[in-house]
Ligand binder design. Structure first.
Ligand code: GUN
Length: 299
């Protein structure tokens, strides 16, 4: 069997095409484009590249994206006060604020993320947004988790009553995705298992998955023998490996052999990555729209 390739680029393009006229209409209403402020700390090449993609996608749909590049040697206190100042619009109107992760080890990432006002937290990482999601009344949903659910919905994958196994328990992907897939309604109602580094006999669990999601950051961890025939496999990993003299991107899934067993597999690159960016654009548009509503009510 050769699995269906779940094309995230194509779906992201459709989402952008739907969003662009809505952004144009909002721009006319508020007299300026919605604006996303991205805080990028240090010079990790992968982070710089992700931020570049986010800014380019924002531009394509008419959202302004400004990147605040801050040196690696910054402190937690400095970063918190920078994010707070951005949140008070001291550097121009900031409808959405995103702090690119990872932050340097000496920085308390939680303190920095907590400084993003929840109503501009387009990453959905603030405890208020994490709490709302856990209670089944989501506001901003973390972009990668939302992108995975979108991919499943778009491909017509039934989640209700299915066993979804997530490998990885991060705050960014694994945890919010577990909540989404277990929530009531379309794209939810699944029975969810979350595996992690202490899961004994990982293969025994993954073999039971109707939907298998790898979000652990270990290159090609998921091999064909770990996948139930006919399963849908979503690869969230983006890992750079060196192959002889060159380097290339691979996911957490060993794509070719897994594609012989699975019904559908998302590739890396071109799978979940573009959807993460598309969900960020949707969240930023929503943040700007909600802000307009709040200012209208305050008049
Ligand atoms: N680093 C890796 N993924 C993400 C993400 O979704 N948001 C942010 N801010 N940083 C990341």
């Amino acid at each position: 069997m050769t699995a269906q390739r779940l094309d995230g680029r194509k779906l992201a393009k459709t989402i952008e095409n739907d969003l662009a006229p809505k952004v144009a209409a909002l721009t006319r209403e508020i007299g300026r484009p919605p604006r996303l402020v991205v805080v990028l700390v240090g010079d990790v090449a992968a982070s710089a590249s992700y931020v570049k993609s986010k800014a380019a996608a924002a531009k394509r749909v008419g959202i302004t994206a400004d990147v605040f590049s801050i040196q690696e040697s910054t402190t937690t206190a400095e970063l918190v006060s920078t994010v707070e100042a951005i949140g008070r619009d001291e550097h121009g109107p900031a409808d959405g604020i995103l702090v690119q992760l990872p932050l340097p080890d000496h920085v308390d990432a939680r303190a920095v993320l907590d400084a993003v006002p929840p109503d501009r937290d387009v990453d959905g990482f603030h405890p208020v947004n994490a709490g709302l999601l856990s209670q089944g009344r989501p506001h901003f949903i973390p972009c990668t988790a939302a992108g995975v659910q979108k991919m499943l919905l778009d491909a017509g994958v039934k989640t209700r009553g299915k066993h979804a196994v997530i490998v990885g328990r991060s705050d960014i992907v694994g945890k919010p995705l577990a909540l989404l897939l277990a929530s009531r309604g379309p794209g939810g109602d699944a029975t969810v298992s979350v595996c992690h580094s202490h899961t004994s006999n990982l293969k025994e669990v993954t073999q039971q998955a109707d939907i298998l999601i790898a979000a652990v950051g270990i290159p090609q961890l998921i091999t064909a023998d770990m996948v139930k025939p006919g399963a849908v496999v979503i690869d969230v990993g983006i890992n750079r490996i060196s192959d002889g003299g060159t380097s290339r991107l691979v996911g957490d899934v060993d794509y070719d052999p897994v594609a012989d067993v699975a019904e559908a597999v998302s590739p890396v690159p071109g799978g979940v990555g573009p959807l993460t960016v598309a969900m960020l654009l949707e969240n930023t548009f929503s943040a700007a729209k909600e802000r307009k509503k709040r200012s209208f009510m305050a008049e």
